[in-house]
Design a protein around this ligand. Structure first.
Ligand SMILES: Cc1ncc(C[n+]2csc(CCOP(=O)(O)OP(=O)(O)O)c2C)c(N)n1
Ligand SMILES: [Mg+2]
Length: 1024
């Protein structure tokens, strides 16, 4: 290969020089683009090379070449071969026999191969290479024929000095170590046939983009598939199948259009070949070992995919079109708020052509384009984990994208770039871009800065198959090829299905307002079904009778389903298809379980996770931390935050649960408090103590993984992961709580509302470091207020508060806590698993408490021993509210002020209280803000009947818990006759645009004022 690069680069250099002298520097990129370089993708320069400017090749017979093309081993090899062939033509490979037979003895000037010059050889190779690299630019991808693309000069043979006269000359084209066109058994062909083959392979209905992949084996594998001499021929039977599938896709939309003329359905018309493409892809994937597919897609064609691919009962889809019916009234049935029909998901076991079954699940998703992508990938990964699919060949993710969204939505890249990360890979996702060449009203040229909407996928070296959506056989071919690629290389691949949108963005939209020219063409454009039907009839593969039969069959089934839809009543099963067996819906009461752990188990796991192997050389600070932890378990005292968390993980692991913690720098912990992975200082090897809690522990049972620097993508991934199996504690930690807003879509549209919309539960935990330490506006706040605002608990109605039942928590959309003790953190984590339902948990986690000497717990607060401090009336469990630390009795009339607060400000208040010796002030910590612990707040209000009630927070008034707590506190007070609105006082920062000041001095001043006011001896004015 070395000679080839040398030769190619010398040509390139020459052309650069030439162009430079002509003052056309801009063509640098164009001319070098034939090289395997990074600049190849910009084909917009105006340079038009004149064929005659290329130097006319001088013929130099091969045998007399002194060029480095044949220097060294190559020429010696050729000479050897030639000698062997002269002695015995059968002793060499047939291709060489042909070659020498053609070559030897002919006059150098005759139009045969012997006239081939080294320059021609090089140019020919460049021409072939140009097709491999840029042939897609000439492929006929646009069904409407409207696309204006400049065919790259590199695909013009005259650029390389070839003329008409050369077309019937034979050329030698053998290259070693390269598969496909250049290596087959007939290295000698006419230029005409070479060009025909190249055009066929690269410029038909499929445009292959793969030469950006920096892996020769992968390129060779693809070349082999692409450059095969005969294009794929489908059998009559296959063609009938493909036709049938295309007819289903087309007639389904037609049927919806005629029955519900004014309903929005975001139809597939113009892209109907997606359905046969996907079906054939899935059949082929199943043949190659795939057992289940997790799918995600947006609005366009979703109903068609649901009906035809995932086989959601068509009568149900029709029923939903007619307005939908609530499920049958069953005891304990939760129906949520529901969602529009084109967002719902479902799953199904679909029989494949090969006689197997493949499990398909389409995830529900919100309107937010592409937001479901990371969830699909995360869920796929979880399926692989639970089924021990270590090769990642049984479970596969498939994502269907819009062209506008694929190019424009950042989460596409955030998901793509997870694809090869060890703890996030799924062995390849297949992406299908349903490229209808428009996004709502926006043309591609206004919607992206690069040629193809798929260009972002080049960043991960995925091959991209662009295909003309009107050529259903080509669509099927690339869909199958994508499945093969995925199963062979376990990496992502993209199918860019270039089609059009027959109607407006939705069916009631007028597309000609904005795309008049395109829609003029579309109006007269036959459907893909009509095109294929005509082709098969002309080829004699189907008769008119066959076609009619298929049409009739489908229409009559659709009509039957339509009739059946009128009496259709959804069953609970339809709503809760992914229901976790045994888990309770919000309306099915479940008892609260305790979360304390037997002391001996705590001791044992505590020891297991504090022992580092003798041959490991940890950093001395880390060694000290582990020694301290060992000490903590030994004495049972002073357990800190990091160790409490590790104990929660370890005890869950011992109980057989999967624990997965992911986020930026979580292995060490942003604040250096976790050190879940210990690095050997001599050889860099890693040791994770939590991997050794039980004997022969599965490597992934406990997973802690630094993630890529993404919030939206990674949080979405973990959410998808958490939804697969309830017996897992899946945690995402933000570096600082602020950064969670990069993933806001996941919070708003999935985590806070997913159960209500789609009846899917998740116990995902989100750790958001929060707390005002003077670190400036972006490192102080986890934006507690945002999460509280999305909480669905009623501020004016106190629900049934039976402390032994989880009804309040089962009914809420998520839990939000701001925990202040290591033991309480331990229990809140364990509570996620030790219950019969799953609910997301948002934790405002501490920063300066991680090292605080006062933020410590005793091991006796973790265990389940009666009489120990953790044990209350019901046993040991998470404390939703922590009462004043002083041993107050049930009624304390002498307390003049009750401060309610949440989070680390408690310790500061307590400290201030000691400083000013304010014994008549009680401080309670609301550890769980949502759902609001009405019962416990009432209890504390009753305990201090004469106290002034204060809500104290360190956040500004428009942030933190204030606006959430205020109405709930008033409701609690009113309910026990303790006053109302004017009786709740506020101590905290003033309202602010930024979360915190950037000036440390200002912060400190605010802080001192805040504490001073909270503990001042005179009453606090209303409202602050
Ligand atoms: C995050 C987000 N931004 C904007 C929209 C509004 N929107 C819905 S569909 C659409 C156009 C999508 O274009 P494309 O991805 O090409 O899909 P198509 O509708 O053409 O199939 C837009 C802008 C949305 N749903 N989600
Ligand atoms: Mg589009």
């Amino acid at each position: 290969m070395g000679w080839w690069y040398r030769a190619a680069s010398s040509i390139a250099k020459r052309s650069i020089r030439r162009n430079f002298y002509r003052g056309e520097l801009s063509c640098y990129a164009t001319r070098t683009s034939i090289l395997p370089s990074t600049s190849r993708n910009f084909q917009t320069t105006v340079f038009k090379p004149k064929a005659q400017t290329a130097p006319v090749p001088h013929s130099v017979p091969l045998s007399r070449l002194a060029d480095n093309f044949l220097d060294g081993t190559s020429s010696v090899y050729l000479e050897e071969l030639q000698r062997a062939w002269e002695a015995d033509p059968n002793s060499v490979d047939e291709s060489w026999d042909n070659f020498f037979r053609n070559f030897v003895g002919q006059a150098p000037t005759s139009p045969g191969i012997s006239g081939q010059t080294i320059q021609e050889s090089m140019r020919l190779l460049l021409l072939v290479r140009a097709y491999q690299v840029n042939g897609h630019m000439k492929a006929k991808l646009d069904p409407l024929g409207l696309e204006v693309r400049k065919i790259p000069d590199e695909l013009d043979p005259s650029l390389y000095g070839f003329t008409e006269a050369d077309l019937d000359r034979e050329f030698f084209l053998g290259v070693w170590n390269m598969s496909g066109f250049l290596s087959e058994n007939r290295p000698v062909q006419t230029l005409r046939s070479i060009l025909t083959r190249l055009e066929q392979a690269y410029c038909g209905s499929i445009g292959f983009e793969y030469m950006h992949i920096p892996d020769r084996d992968k390129c060779n594998w693809l070349r082999e598939k692409i450059e095969t001499s005969a294009p794929t021929q489908f059998s009559r039977k296959r063609r009938e199948d493909i036709f049938d599938r295309l007819a289903w896709s087309t007639l389904f939309e037609n049927f919806l259009a005629t029955k519900w003329t004014s309903a929005k359905r975001f139809g597939l018309e113009g892209g109907e070949t997606l359905i046969p493409g996907m079906k054939e892809m899935f059949d082929h994937a199943s043949d190659l070992g795939v057992e289940s597919i997790v799918m995600g897609m947006a609005h366009r064609g979703r109903l068609n995919v649901l009906g035809n691919i995932v086989r959601k009962p068509i009568r149900q889809i029709f029923c939903e079109f007619s307005g939908g019916v609530l499920p049958v009234d069953e005891a304990g049935l939760y129906t949520g708020t529901g969602d529009v029909k084109y967002h719902l998901g479902t799953s199904y076991d679909r029989p494949t052509r090969g006689g197997k079954r493949i499990h398909l699940s389409l995830l529900a998703n919100p309107s937010h384009l592409e937001a479901v992508n990371p969830l699909v990938v995360g869920k796929t990964r979880a399926k692989q984990y639970y089924s021990d699919d270590v090769e990642r060949e049984k479970h596969m993710g498939v994502l269907i994208h819009g062209d506008g969204s694929f190019a424009g939505q950042g989460v596409v890249y955030e998901t793509l770039h997870l694809s090869a990360l060890p703890n996030y890979t799924t062995g390849g996702t297949i992406h299908i871009v349903l490229n209808n060449q428009v996004a709502f009203t926006t043309d591609p040229k206004a919607g992206r800065s690069s040629q193809y909407s798929t260009d972002v996928a080049k960043a991960i070296n995925a091959p991209i198959f662009h295909v003309n959506g009107d050529d259903v056989e080509a669509v099927v071919h690339v869909c199958e090829l994508a499945a093969e690629w995925r199963q062979t290389f376990h990496s992502d691949v993209v199918v860019d299905l270039v089609c059009y949108r027959r109607f407006g963005h939705n069916e009631i939209d007028e597309p000609s307002f904005t795309q008049p020219k395109m829609y003029k063409v579309i109006r007269n454009h036959p459907s893909a079904l009509e095109i294929y039907q005509k082709k098969l009839l002309e080829l004699g593969e189907l008769t008119k009778g066959d076609v009619d039969k298929i049409h009739q069959k489908i229409t009559s089934i659709l009509n039957e389903e339509f009739l059946a839809s009128k009496d259709y009543v959804p069953k609970r099963r339809d709503w809760l298809s992914a229901y976790w067996s045994g888990f309770k819906s919000p309306e099915q009461i479940s008892r609260i379980r305790n979360t304390g752990v037997k002391p001996e188990i705590l001791k044992n796991v505590g020891k297991a996770i504090t022992v580092l192997p003798g041959n490991l050389t940890p950093h001395k600070a880390v060694k000290r931390i582990y020694e301290q932890r060992a000490q903590m378990i030994e004495t049972g005292e002073d357990i800190d935050w990091g160790f409490a968390e590790a104990l929660a993980f370890a005890t869950l692991v011992v109980e057989g649960n999967h624990v997965r913690l992911s986020g930026q720098d979580v292995e060490r912990g942003t604040f250096s408090h976790r050190h879940a992975v210990v690095h050997d200082q001599t050889n860099g090897e890693k040791y994770c103590p939590l991997d050794h809690v039980i004997i022969n522990q599965n490597k992934e049972l406990f997973t802690v993984s630094n993630s890529s620097l993404s919030e939206f993508g990674v949080l979405g991934f973990e959410l998808g992961y958490s939804m697969e199996n309830p017996n897992s504690l899946v945690i995402w930690e933000a570096q600082f709580g602020d950064f969670a807003n990069g993933a806001q879509v996941i919070f708003d549209n999935f985590l806070s509302s997913g159960e209500s919309k789609w009846l899917r539960q998740t116990g995902l935990v989100v750790l958001l470091p929060h707390g005002y330490d003077g670190q400036g506006p972006e490192h102080s706040s986890g934006r507690l207020e945002r999460f509280l605002q999305m909480a669905d608990g009623h501020p004016y109605i106190i629900p049934e508060m039976d402390p032994t039942l989880g009804k309040q928590i089962q009914e809420c959309n998520w839990q939000i806590v701001n925990v202040t003790t290591p033991a309480n953190f331990f229990h809140v984590l364990r509570r996620q698993i030790h219950r019969e339902f799953r609910k997301p948990l948002i934790v405002m986690s501490p920063k300066n408490l991680l090292r605080s000497k006062v933020c410590r717990s005793n091991l006796s607060e973790f265990d389940d021993v009666q009489g120990h401090p953790g044990f209350d009336k019901q046993g040991t469990r998470f404390k939703r509210l922590i009462k004043d630390r002083n041993d107050h009795s049930n009624v304390e009339e002498g307390i003049r002020r009750l401060i309610l607060c949440s989070g680390k400000v408690y310790y500061e208040l307590d400290d201030q209280r000691s400083k000013v010796d304010a014994k008549d002030v009680a401080i309670c910590r609301v550890e769980q803000l949502c759902p609001f612990p009405y019962d416990l707040v009432q209890r504390e209000l009753n305990r201090y009947p004469n106290a002034e009630v204060v809500w104290c927070q360190e956040e500004p008034m428009n942030m933190g818990g204030y606006t959430y707590v205020l109405p709930r506190l008033i409701t609690s007070m009113k309910s026990i006759g303790r006053g109302g609105y004017e009786d709740v006082k506020y101590v905290g920062r003033a309202p602010s645009a930024a979360t915190a000041t950037g000036f440390l001095k200002v912060h400190q001043k605010e802080h001192v004022e805040l504490l001073g006011k909270a503990l001042q001896s005179e009453p606090i004015n209303f409202p602050y």
